[in-house]
Design a binder for this molecule. Structure first.
Ligand SMILES: [Zn+2]
Ligand SMILES: [Zn+2]
Length: 271
């Protein structure tokens, strides 16, 4: 059973809706054993009103987190200090310094942008001839990020751009991107980095987790073993959402364990 939710945001992230204390209470009420906060840190982004909207004030975040440790203990739940980095290749040096500056338990590397554009907006897709080309460029940007960056533990929601495809087709066609995805997974496996199963896809109408099951199957086939589970909750109600479905999917693919991180060290638990 999955009792660790390792991807969530609080009001410390620009788009978070619930206070950290309420997130702790809700996670405890749901019977989780441990959670990790992964506030946004997207340096040099273009998607907020201001450039630093999605750059969490980490000093303040650490203070708030530390002030709630006793509360979490009373609620019988372990809490951990993580971050979701918005990767772009040229940010690798800055993120290396950041990762060394704070006592992070876990760091997700994510691609919210490709070619300096936010993929959550139709204008990203409109700048390409076809949906296939837009998605291919997105996956290739992830390959470049995976090669340039080292300061992350798992790569977040690998097919995130798929959530935002205008008039999205019913199903994701793995073979359209097979080369790029295989290259990406091989780079991650070789570097000892994991991926996640992010259940927000179910809430966003994709009908699949992120990434698509076909990508999870390829990761398993290539020998990938490190997979964390995250709801990507931005409010209490979404904590551990669809974890039962995630568990069934992971078992069907062949995974026996899921991963979590403490002090950037890898741990496994049986599914
Ligand atoms: Zn994300
Ligand atoms: Zn997130």
């Amino acid at each position: 059973m999955i009792l660790s939710d390792f991807h969530m945001h609080t009001t410390l992230s620009t788009d978070g809706e619930s206070e950290m204390k309420d997130m702790i209470s809700a996670a405890s009420d749901k019977g989780l054993k441990r959670i990790c906060f992964t506030e946004h840190y997207d340096q040099d982004n273009t998607f907020g009103e201001n450039e630093d909207d999605f750059v969490t004030d980490v000093d303040n975040y650490l203070n708030v987190y530390n002030s709630l440790k006793d509360f979490a203990e009373k609620k019988h739940i372990e809490i951990y200090f993580g971050l979701e980095l918005g990767l772009q290749t040229y940010l690798a040096d800055d993120y290396h310094i950041l990762a060394g500056k704070y006592p992070f338990d876990f760091i997700i590397g994510s691609s919210h942008m490709a070619r300096r554009k936010d993929v959550a907006f139709p204008s990203y897709f409109e700048s390409f001839e076809s949906l296939q080309e837009a998605m291919m460029v997105y996956f290739d940007a992830e390959v470049a990020n995976a090669m340039c960056h080292n300061d992350f533990d798992i790569y977040g929601h690998l097919d995130y751009a798929w959530r935002y495809v205008p008039d999205r087709p019913e199903s994701f066609v793995y073979s359209d991107y097979a080369d790029s995805i295989e290259r990406l997974l091989n780079v991650l496996i070789k570097k000892g980095k994991g991926i996640e199963i992010n259940t927000a896809g179910f809430r966003k109408g994709v009908g699949q987790p992120n990434p698509d099951i076909s990508i999870l199957e390829k990761y398993y086939e290539l020998g990938g073993e490190i997979i964390t589970v995250g709801s990507d909750a931005h409010k209490t109600a979404d904590i551990a959402a669809d974890f039962d479905r995630a568990e069934t999917i992971l078992k069907d693919v062949g995974f026996k364990k899921y991963a979590y991180f403490i002090e950037r060290k890898l741990h496994f638990e049986d599914l």
